[in-house]
Design a protein around this ligand. Structure first.
Ligand SMILES: CC(C)(COP(=O)(O)OP(=O)(O)OC[C@H]1O[C@@H](n2cnc3c(N)ncnc32)[C@H](O)[C@@H]1OP(=O)(O)O)[C@@H](O)C(=O)NCCC(=O)NCCS
Length: 404
């Protein structure tokens, strides 16, 4: 079988989206196709053709990802699918190899994705880079510990989509400026994805609610959520399904959870991609009642290791030499002195590791000591893992709540 991988024409792209529909056992409507046509540049789509028929697909949004020290361009890999008739014949491998080459040529040092199944992408050099928390909080157990400081005056307002478009982005930007892992959003992204509310995305729940919190008269947090109404033997057992929730201060985070846990006729608050550093655990009387599960979250691929390492900032400390192995992107292989900045070097390495594992420390989710404990790094110099960890540590772990 010889499969051709190339950028499709507009008509071919329309047909190729059906590959994803089949592979994900989903229903993709015309409105979804049109949204993708507006949001995904055609040259960022790759289709695998067998005898002229589309059998595989992969695409990449153009993102800006927050890393320690500021934002960098990042390819947001999505729409990855191969038809069941053509699975396990190496088509994904071909799509990944071509896509990484294209991303490299376009000058984006990083690619990112959410994996449908966590066993797929490690072999292509992706590593877990921003784990999230899946929370399924039992509202009946939700009770806040006493607040030792006088709480600010809180007021909530339910906005419509247009109002949310004006009031939510500044809140999001305040959080984003402090946190690695978050994606830049332009007007299209807010309107087409984050605030959009097509019937198909509701999965039997209500329309989206756009709730704005003000503390002492200042915009301080927001939540986008749906309510799934449910009754059991005449008792309400509904669920608050959070799409996203951002708080700019600890007091706002406390009030946010108090609000979500108090929606009438519901017994549960579920949030698939909550902040792994959520302070709410220390704010409640019964943290187990939040029912947290760690999820692998965002995966990163350092497509240009030298540029990626040079783009982030490091804490003060003695530089270390990393030797990076990368079978799929051979241009990355080599040694890098990392400390004040990053540059190629011929010096002997302190640490040797695979590019996928380097991705796991890149945003600060893990450090080299933890990699060494997992036997993912070859430590060549005494205390190199500790020294290198001191360089990459961040005050808060990264967080990407947004599945794309
Ligand atoms: C996941 C999917 C794209 C794989 O495509 P494919 O063409 O069958 O993959 P390949 O044949 O190129 O496989 C490459 C390697 O990945 C492995 N692999 C592929 N899918 C895998 C899976 N779901 N779990 C674990 N390993 C997987 C293969 O075994 C192969 O391993 P090897 O390198 O050791 O030989 C395809 O099965 C699919 O469309 N699944 C449903 C939709 C989906 O989950 N898409 C991913 C969205 S993030």
């Amino acid at each position: 079988m010889s499969v051709e991988i190339r950028v499709p024409s507009e008509e071919e792209r329309r047909a190729a989206i059906r590959v994803a529909e089949t592979a994900f056992a989903d229903t993709i409507e015309d409105a979804d196709v049109e949204r993708e046509e507006r949001m995904m540049p055609l040259e960022r789509v790759l289709v695998a053709f067998d005898d002229g028929r589309p059998v595989g697909l992969a695409a990449a949004y153009r993102f800006e990802l927050s890393i320690p020290g500021g934002p960098v361009p990042c390819a947001g890999v999505t729409w990855v699918a191969v038809l069941p008739t053509h699975r396990r014949r190496g088509i994904l491998r071909q799509l990944m190899a071509r896509q990484l080459n294209d991303v490299h040529e376009s000058g984006e040092p990083i690619a990112a994705l959410w994996a449908s199944e966590a066993a797929i992408y490690g072999r292509f050099g992706y590593g877990i880079s921003a784990p999230t928390l899946r929370i399924e909080s039992d509202s009946s157990r939700f009770s806040l510990r006493e607040d030792p400081w006088p709480p600010p005056e809180a007021s909530w307002t339910l906005l419509d989509g247009e109002e949310a478009f004006v009031r939510f982005p500044p809140i999001y930007e305040r959080v984003r400026s402090q946190r690695a892992g978050l994606l830049g959003r332009d007007e299209g992204w807010w309107r087409e994805y984050r605030l959009a509310d097509p019937e198909r995305w509701r999965h039997g729940a209500s329309r989206k609610s756009y709730a704005l919190l003000q503390l002492d008269g200042e915009d301080a947090a927001y939540a986008v959520y749906r309510v799934k109404s449910e009754w059991e033997r005449d008792l309400p057992v509904g669920e608050v399904r959070v799409t996203e929730a951002f708080a700019t201060t600890p007091a706002a985070e406390r009030e946010l959870w108090r609000y979500l846990s108090g929606v009438d006729l519901t017994v549960k608050v579920s949030y698939f991609s909550a902040d792994p550093a959520a302070s709410i655990f220390l704010m409640v009387r019964d943290p187990r009642g939040l029912r947290p599960i760690v999820h692998d979250g965002l995966w990163l691929r350092l497509v240009d290791v030298e540029a990626a390492l040079a783009a982030r900032t490091y804490r003060p400390g003695d530089p270390v030499v990393l030797e990076v192995r990368d079978d799929l992107c051979p241009w990355n292989a080599g040694r890098f002195r990392v400390g004040e900045g990053a540059e190629r070097t011929d010096a002997e390495p302190d640490l040797i590791l695979d590019v996928a594992d380097l991705a796991s420390v890149y945003l600060g989710a893990y450090d080299f000591v933890r990699l060494a404990r997992a036997r993912r790094v070859d430590v060549r110099t005494a205390s190199a893992a500790e020294r290198a960890s001191d360089l990459v540590r961040t005050p808060l772990p990264p967080w990407c709540p947004e599945i794309f």
